[in-house]
Design a protein around this ligand. Sequence first.
Ligand SMILES: [Zn+2]
Ligand SMILES: [Zn+2]
Length: 413
Amino acid sequence: MFKRVPGTRDILPGEISWWLKIEEASRRIFSLYNYQEIRPPLIEDARLFNRSLGESAEIVQKQMFLVRNNEDIYALRPEGTASIVRAYLENNLDKTNSFVKLYYTGAMFRMERPQKGRLRQFHHLGSEVIGSYQPQVDAEVISLGNRILTEGGINGYKIKINTLGCRQDKKELSSNLNKSLKDKLGQLCKECQVRFERNILRVLDCKNESCREVVSSLNLSGSHICKECADHFKQVREALDSLKINYQVSPYLVRGLDYYTRTVFEFIHPNLGPQQDALGAGGRYDNLVKDLGGPEIGAVGFAFGMERLLIADSPQPTVNSNKLVYIITMGDAAKKQGVRFLDQLRRAGIAADTDYEGRTLKGAMRQANDLKAGFVLIIGDNELNKDAVTLKNMSSGEQKEVKSADIIEELKC
Ligand SMILES: [Zn+2]
Ligand SMILES: [Zn+2]
């Protein structure tokens, strides 16, 4: 028998109600905040990600699923932001209305070593606001993420925020780090020794014990942040305070991607374990639109990993709703009548099903129970002769005869 590819999951029917709960809650909230959905393709020109995430990003270095087609190299998208900025520019959304608030859901792909909270195919639920530098937008995006978690029924998470400053500030931090870490290279983990060369900021949020020790001895003062960026961050915090959103300022939070500047944030949850504790994350990317060939405009976004929300929420599998009407027939004539009733009920907007496996009356009743049906509708010769059915209310156990013509009316109330 074939097995699924490591790092992928089958989302089975028992789990779907959880996915729908989160998706429906978030659609409702996105619409409250006046965000519109966008659906870019799953494959893109690989160079889009090299350019946007940075050649040194771990995703670009070793995690992209590449598809070669003659000279072209496509990538299965490893994240949503770059695709959305590409779509924004390619479809001239900036020409019609340069300020847009977008959201998206869908599969993302990264060639990682599969482990808890890390899959090769996973799903993001995210948003991007393009066209503003205002710190209030950062606060809106964080409060939106916060709202999705609370309305999705997810508890026990924390919000961490930081500012990376502008590109100039990031450069200064990198060179400061370069100086102070040079003599401590031996104490860093293998990955951080590579990061030291390629993407030194990432050393700051390494989860390795000895790297954390080195990093906490650095005493980051925030002196690399210029006045404008410090003021921007202050306004983000003030806006969050006025929204009564709890957060922690974490100077070691950097996120791994080149395009982030100024505000970065994470929603972290203890269920995910120390290595991968973020339910979702995001930040500002004020240079990305220009870097991808567009105008100079600010932008900010975030994404949740759906599978991570699932770990944090650990829902119980649920079966169908208790609104289901289950039809049990006895004999061929009753079966034909049952087909007509099924159709009538469904047309009236009432969920209905029947036994297709030749069960006995007792077996069919058991099946109705397993499906958590609200009502069972029984048709036998006796009922056919009276042009009626026997209707059983499964929660009260009450049973009565109902005229065929009155069934819909009876079930609707
Ligand atoms: Zn700055
Ligand atoms: Zn490390």
